[in-house]
Every structure is written in structure tokens, then in C-alpha cells.
Design a protein around this ligand. Structure first.
Ligand code: PLP
Length: 297
């Protein structure tokens, strides 16, 4: 079950309302899972909301007579690059009942291939079960990777983080400029740009799903050589995550999701990103031309 976020991220009162609406069904809640810097939307949960969620999970745990873990996935928290954003406060600091479990990863700040993540929380049956399960499955990073990561954390992390966040900040500002100037009114909502490396866009009446003209134009699979290029010389493609994969298929955001997309500025250089936004503007035009009555002629 999902709870839609607002434009400034998830609000604890929306989660509380959703739980209240469940009535006695709330007894079946196993855990709450919150991504503190969201993926795909890159919105950042406010400290006030985080504290309220801890209180909510504590209250629910007391009511049900068991711990309902509040898992805070802080994978992108070290990549908050907008200097105006408040420093995130750990949920553990407000946790009197041992309900908070924070998950982190080195994937985003050092390298995904290290396969190192971690969890911090109070000892107890839940933590012991996780440890046992991890050991049973033998699912942990090789010791040599752990040694490498440990050395990197001790010796280069601060420098690495400063450099990485400076780079993402520069890209976030530049990409936002191109989204505004090249896509303009075609975008009705744009989230992100303060942390991590995503913008999450809602388009104005243009569908983004895999079968849509917008998607096929950017994938160069329309079947029209003028749009796709030739089989030997395909025009450049833009790869994005359609919103249909970012919303719960039976949730409340299906209709919006069909017009949304996640655009990543993580890997490509500035020039290529500008080009990509330009192709997206062309894809909007293409999709609209198919919708307009004259295209039927
Ligand atoms: C929100 C979030 N949490 C956790 C992860 C997991 O990262 P990894 O499995 O690479 O440690 C990702 C990766 O994309 C993510 O987006």
C-alpha cells in the first residue's frame, strides 16, 4: 500500500490518515518504509515530518503491542546538494521505543559495484532476524570490498562527497534551466533538483508510457525514418523511466503516472543533457502532432 507524497515530500499526517482509514486492517501492517530523499521524485522529507513519522510508528507499535519498524531508506541523503535545504536529522535521535531502522548504502557515494549497504537500529528480534537471514543467505559483500570501502570512508570520503555534490549541483541548475526554456508549458510539475540526480516531471497531456508516441519518438521506434533515422544511422535516443513504473499499479496515482517520467542527470555530461532535453521537446511536438486533427489527413 502506498501513500502519495505532496510537492514537498511525504507528510506524516497523510500516512496517519491512510492508517486510520484501514480501521482494524491496520493490525496487519508489518512495517512502514520511507525513502527520505525519494526515488524517483527526489523530494526530501522534512525533519518535522520525519519526527512525526517516528511518533506515528511508536504510537502504532504501542497500540498493536509489537514493534512496527519504521524503515528510513537514506540512500541519497549524502547527496543533498542544494545549500538551502535543512540538514537531515537522523530518525534515531527521536526514537524512544526502538522502532527506527535506518538503511544506508555506499552505492550512491562511492560505487554500486562494492555492494555495500548497512542498517542501523536497536537490537531485538527484528534486527537479529535480519542478521540471521543475511548470514543464512550468505548475502554480503566480499571482505576485500569491505576493507576497500572502510579505507575509502576513512581517507577520501569527505573530499569525494564535496566533489560529487558540487558536480550534481551544477548539473541540477543547468538541467532545470533547459527544462524550463526548452520544454516550457509542456511540463506542469517538476520535482527534484535539490538532492541526488533526478528530476521527476509531469507532462501536460502527453503520455509517457512505453507504447506512447513520446516514448517511441525518444526510443526511435516509431517506424517513421524521419523521426527514428535509418536502421544504420539511428538518431540519438533518450532513455528515461516512465511514470507508469513509478506508481503503484492499483494506487491513486495511476492516471498522473501515465504522464510522468524520471529524468536522470547522473551520468551524462552537460552538453549531452541539453541535447537530451531538446529531443524531449521534439518528442512532445511529435506526440501532439499525432493528437491534432490535421494529422489524420
Ligand atoms: C531509494 C534507494 N534505496 C536504496 C537503493 C539501493 O542501492 P544499492 O542496492 O545499490 O545499495 C537505491 C538504488 O537505486 C535507491 O534508489
Amino acid at each position: 500500500m502506498t501513500v502519495p507524497e505532496r510537492s514537498d515530500g511525504l507528510h506524516a499526517e497523510d500516512v496517519a490518515a491512510r492508517i486510520d482509514a484501514l480501521g482494524s486492517g491496520a493490525d496487519d501492517i508489518s512495517f512502514l518504509y520511507v525513502v527520505t530523499v525519494n526515488n524517483p521524485s527526489a523530494t526530501i522529507i522534512g525533519n518535522r515530518e520525519r519526527t512525526a513519522l517516528v511518533r506515528l510508528a511508536s504510537g502504532l507499535s504501542r497500540k498493536l503491542g509489537r514493534i512496527v519498524p519504521l524503515v528510513l531508506d537514506k540512500a541519497y541523503e549524502d547527496l543533498i546538494h542544494d545549500p538551502l535545504v535543512e540538514r537531515p536529522r537522523s530518525g534515531l535521535l527521536d526514537d524512544e521505543d526502538g522502532v527506527v531502522f535506518e538503511i544506508g548504502t555506499l552505492s550512491k557515494i562511492i560505487a554500486p559495484s562494492l555492494r555495500i549497504g548497512y542498517l542501523i537500529g536497536s537490537d531485538g528480534p527484528f534486527l537479529q532476524a535480519l542478521i540471521q537471514r543475511t548470514s543464512d543467505a550468505g548475502f554480503s559483500a566480499p571482505l576485500v570490498n569491505q576493507e576497500i570501502a572502510s579505507w575509502l570512508l576513512d581517507n577520501v570520503l569527505d573530499r569525494q562527497l564535496a566533489e560529487v555534490t558540487r558536480g550534481y549541483r551544477e548539473k541540477a541548475v543547468a538541467v532545470r534551466g533547459w527544462l524550463d526554456s526548452l520544454l516550457g508549458d509542456a511540463v506542469v510539475d517538476c520535482r527534484g533538483g535539490q538532492a541526488s540526480f533526478y528530476y521527476y516531471l509531469t507532462l501536460n497531456g502527453v503520455k509517457t508510457g512505453e507504447g506512447s508516441p513520446f516514448f517511441r519518438c525518444l526510443a526511435r521506434t516509431t517506424g517513421n525514418e524521419r523521426v527514428d533515422g535509418t536502421s544504420e544511422g539511428k538518431l540519438p535516443r533518450v532513455i528515461y523511466i516512465p511514470g507508469e513504473f513509478c506508481v503503484h499499479p492499483r494506487g491513486r496515482m495511476v492516471e498522473q503516472g501515465a504522464r510522468q517520467l524520471r529524468f536522470s542527470y547522473g551520468y551524462e555530461e552537460l552538453g549531452r543533457l541539453e541535447e537530451a532535453v531538446g529531443y524531449m521537446a521534439e518528442a512532445v511536438q511529435y506526440a501532439r502532432s499525432l493528437d491534432s486533427p490535421t494529422s489524420a489527413v
